[in-house]
Write a protein that binds this ligand. Structure first.
Ligand code: PRT
Ligand code: ZN
Length: 299
């Protein structure tokens, strides 16, 4: 296949999204070689290559059709999108799917001693952030006039250095805020990893691979939490057992030879199965309960 007919996917080179993103592609069946410091991973068993770049460059690479697909945080996509709109241009990359990792929130945090009683408390303050577009829109939507101080990193130490009064930064566990004596007061934007694609129509064969990848990504996402449960139970316990199985569609019920009223129940549960659920199942009369991981699923 000609070089231009290979799909190109932009993925963060080294950061919080790298491992999950490469793992997702591997679960979709992609085998690739990754050389040290190499920018391009060549797909060995599919016409698909992975370009490893800084996350901030991913929307542009997809927008400019250098890459066909990109995996990046929704926070980065939204910041770019608002930047485009502010310059009177429409962002062309298309957001296809949210992915189940990279969850975080863009939040406003104030020094512990600073009083806060709602957005009006921010009036006239200096707010340090690496997300000026998202923050400015949030402030404008609430009619708050504050000074947005754009930094490229280490936002959390800006108040201590006197560069700002408070910050607006990404938070996941809250550990960084706590370590810097900052208090989270507003969630400005919720984020997770997303898949974006080029606006340009692709040649049929490439478009076909793109479609197949999207179906596989969907399948991978669905099985992540899914479990296959097998158990034995008296027929009379079936309604209760159905109720207890988390996120399962109609289970398969199989009669058991020579065990009278007992049946075997097999079900795919689309949510994680916890010990508590197993204990409740046992309480409802189930025995010989087995929980198996689901490797692949094609609806
Ligand atoms: O080099 P490159 O530009 O590619 O990487 P980067 O440093 O810009 O990005 P990186 O790897 O830090 O994050 C990539 C993406 O991961 C972000 O755009 C988010 O979509 C997502 N993500 C999820 C996070 C976090 N969680 C997160 N906690 N990105 C950053 N953080 C930082 C945050 O900025 C703060 O410094 O982690 C700190 C807070 O974490 P907690 O757990 O202490 O609250
Ligand atoms: Zn970055």
């Amino acid at each position: 296949m000609d070089k231009h007919e290979r799909l190109k996917v932009a993925v963060q080179k080294s950061g919080r999204l790298t491992e999950n993103s490469l793992d997702l592609l591997a679960r979709c069946g992609l085998k690739y070689t990754r050389g040290k410091d190499q920018l391009l991973c060549y797909g060995e068993n599919m016409p698909l290559d992975v370009l490893l770049v800084r996350d901030d460059d991913i929307p542009d690479l997809v927008q400019e059709d250098v890459c066909d697909l990109g995996i990046v945080g929704l926070n980065v996509v939204e910041e770019k999108r608002l930047g485009f709109l502010a310059r009177g241009r429409a962002p062309l990359f298309e957001q296809l799917q949210t992915l189940d990792y990279g969850r975080c929130r863009l939040s406003i945090a104030v020094p512990e001693k600073m009083p806060y009683s709602g957005p009006a408390s921010l009036a006239g303050k200096r707010i340090a952030t690496t997300y000026p577009n998202i923050l400015s829109k949030w402030l404008a939507d609430r009619g708050v006039r504050a000074e947005v101080v754009v930094l490229s990193g280490a936002v959390e130490i800006a108040p201590r250095l006197g560069r700002a009064d408070l910050i607006c930064d990404l938070v996941s566990t809250g550990g960084t805020l706590q370590a810097n004596s900052l208090r989270e007061v507003e969630k400005v934007f919720e984020s997770q990893a997303v898949l974006i694609r080029t606006p340009v129509p692709l040649p049929p064969e490439k478009e076909d691979w793109m479609r197949r990848m999207l179906v596989r990504i969907d399948g991978v996402q669905q099985v992540k939490e899914s479990k296959y449960i097998m158990l034995h139970a008296p027929r009379s316990a079936l309604p209760e057992i159905r109720r207890l199985l988390p996120g399962s569609e109609s289970p398969t019920v199989i009669p058991l030879d020579g065990l009278g009223d007992k049946v075997a129940v097999h079900a795919v549960c689309r949510e994680n199965v916890f010990w508590e659920t197993l204990e409740s199942l046992k309480g409802a009369g189930a025995s010989a309960v087995l929980v198996l991981p689901v490797e692949k699923m094609l609806a």
